[in-house]
Design a protein around this ligand. Structure first.
Ligand code: UDP
Length: 415
């Protein structure tokens, strides 16, 4: 039996005043057509990272729309996560030699997951598989029922993949009825994509992480972590991972400090269960910070949960996202939704989120530092930037739009 996640309850009606009327009406219409459709989401973890974050909102909202939606976690253990981490990095371009042992471990957990699904006897209209970890579940389960439609959702950038991993996985992925990518630029070169569908992710404006917090409440929370709320602080919220470049963020902070000596830096990073490298990188970052009392490192293990992330994001003077590679980068929309000025790398889905003056795109550490210093010295400029960013997110990156896109896809696949 696969572990099921209970994502709680949410009501679409609560979003009505936040989104456009046409979107709300289209959702009602799609919900009417898809009532009772049975959907199973499968991914690798219920905690940490963007995929879990999205499912915690999408699953209850789709249920509220009348679909019968479940979310299951595939089987996994450290050896498997070590392999899938290597796959993940390889698909994002890292060097890696695909070994028979790694394939065997990968297939074993996919096979066990597929067997559990098939043996449960449950029937699904849609099985929605997230990312490479469970990508072989379709193959090993024999596709389940006749009428089951299979969707593979890729949350990462596979535009310059390690060929060995791609050539190994792709024959299985092509068999899905739809391959969903955030943007066309992330798809691998030279492969067949018979069911390519482009759907960017989104954030939940009403979740504890993104709901409106007063400045006083946010300040009260932030000050309890020892950050001086009378002085400015830069923030990056990200897993401790080389692709997120926390060391680069420290370099940016050090350059900004030369111009703004009172500045502080807060790095918040959750430690995901499927990310064994996280700890190495955490210690590397702690060492790099070198005991600077104005650099704060927090994680879910130091009690920084959703509300605390919200408080840090709501109060930060500048939010940085210095990623080297990025899937979509949900944290960028999270910060923009709080009307914060964001300085972020021109990679992955970030440029899609930072357009028309709502944030600053950078390519280098000195550029990032200059952008931060400018924002710290010009509050009017920073305020206007935050306002524009928020409106861009409202129009494009809130969960009701994501739900609409997925319901459209279900309706198309089910005919
Ligand atoms: N996150 C969090 N606590 C942390 C670090 C990250 O809750 O300490 C959340 C963050 O707010 C965001 C998600 O994890 O919602 C990360 O998603 P993103 O797309 O930015 O990056 P990913 O980790 O999926 O590469």
């Amino acid at each position: 039996m696969l572990q099921r996640v209970n994502p709680g309850h949410k009501a679409l009606a609560d979003y009505r005043s936040i989104i456009r009327r046409e979107l709300y009406e289209e959702l009602q219409e799609l919900a009417g057509r898809l009532r009772g459709v049975r959907v199973l989401h499968v991914n690798a973890t219920s905690f940490g990272g963007g995929v879990a974050e999205i499912l915690y909102t999408l699953v209850p909202l789709a249920r509220d729309a009348g679909l019968e939606v479940e979310w299951a976690i595939m089987f996994g253990a450290e050896p498997f996560f070590n392999v899938t981490k290597r796959f993940h990095n390889a698909l994002q371009g890292a060097d890696y030699e695909l070994t028979i042992e790694d394939r065997a471990i990968y297939e074993e957990y996919n096979r066990r997951t597929a067997r559990a699904l098939a043996e449960s006897g449950e029937e699904w209209d849609i099985v929605f598989i997230h990312d490479p970890q469970p990508a072989l579940v379709r193959e090993f389960s024999g596709g389940l029922g006749e009428g089951t439609r299979w969707i593979w959702r890729c949350h990462i950038d596979t535009s310059t993949p390690n060929r060995q991993v791609l050539d190994y996985l792709w024959p299985y992925i092509v068999d899905y009825d739809a391959q969903v990518y955030t943007m066309r630029e992330y798809t691998p070169p030279g492969v067949e994509l018979p069911g390519l569908t482009l759907i960017p992710p989104a954030i939940d404006p009403l979740s504890p992480k993104n709901m409106a917090l007063s400045r006083d409440d946010a300040g009260y929370i932030v000050s309890q972590f020892g950050v001086d709320t009378e002085r400015p602080f830069l923030l990056q919220v990200s897993r401790f991972d080389p692709w997120k470049d926390p060391l680069g963020v420290i370099d940016v902070y050090r350059m900004v400090r030369e111009e703004v000596p009172e500045v502080q830096l807060v790095l918040v990073g959750s430690m995901a269960h499927d990310d064994p490298e996280g700890w190495d990188y955490w210690y590397k970052t702690v060492n790099y910070a070198g005991g600077d009392p104005d650099i704060f490192l927090f994680s879910n293990l130091t009690n920084v949960g959703a509300i605390e992330v919200n408080a840090f994001q709501s109060l930060a003077d500048v939010v940085i996202q210095k990623s080297i590679r990025e899937g979509f980068g949900l944290v960028v929309s999270e910060a923009l939704w709080k009307a914060r000025p964001v300085v972020a790398s021109r990679v992955g889905g970030i440029p899609m989120q930072i357009t028309s003056g709502g944030g600053i795109l950078i390519d280098t550490i000195p550029e990032a530092a200059a952008a931060c210093a400018k924002l710290l010295s010009d509050p009017d400029f920073a305020r206007e930037m935050g306002r524009r960013g928020k409106e861009h997110v409202r129009a494009n990156f809130l969960t009701p739009r994501l739900l609409r896109d997925e319901l459209r896809l279900f309706a198309k696949l089910l005919g």
